[in-house]
Design a protein around this ligand. Sequence first.
Ligand code: C5P
Length: 235
Amino acid sequence: MRKTPELIVALDVGDLASAAALVDRLYPAVTLFKVGLQLFTAEGPRAVEAVQQRGGRVFLDLKLHDIPNTVAGAVCEAARLGVVMCTLHASGGRSMLQAAAQAVAGGGSSMQLLAVTVLTSLDARGLEEALGSPLDVAAQVVRMASLAREAGVDGVVASPHEIGLLRAALGPLARLVIPGIRPAWVAAGDQRRVMTPREAAVAGADYLVIGRPITAAADPVKATDRILDELRAVA
Ligand code: C5P
């Protein structure tokens, strides 16, 4: 039987009251919530605590990228907040990734570290412009994901179209966290290379990150139920 990916709802709102209202409506159908740059910048650790106080677990998506000592310090603080997942950029390099992984292990935390490889907003031209030399995006994604894995990072955040490639490169134990999900019944909006929840589950995702199809729906509870039904039907 296929393992159903877990749904993570992205709380991409700018204030605590809106985030708390979403958690109140969606928990316990959803138990894992993403606190990202907008909400954390606005509200800080209070946003994490608000989710936890309501019974939810937190995926802290700050996409850390700095010198090893600084990232290790931030990762320690994330673990202290009790978040279950935290993101960092693989492009920070081996020593940064290792310092982060060691900080988690040294603190005795079970928090998972997830690496961002190439931002999905970058295409081949954007990547070349940023880095100064032509690069194959897929090869670069695999290269960075493999580096992160070697450094002790638990998994990667990736586009649904990279699932097969990454599973082959990283093996069955790597955690694949997949945004860019659009149910067939909503418009794709600004997400370009999307998959439906069902397609991403069949491809082998471990977690699906979904924001606006739920948070901007006329009825977020109904939208969540539809997505969860679609995922259960894949099992
Ligand atoms: O609203 P939507 O479902 O598009 O939200 C997707 C979420 O996933 C956003 O919080 C966004 O920051 C995140 N994301 C990501 N990496 C991508 C694309 C989206 O972390 N490549």
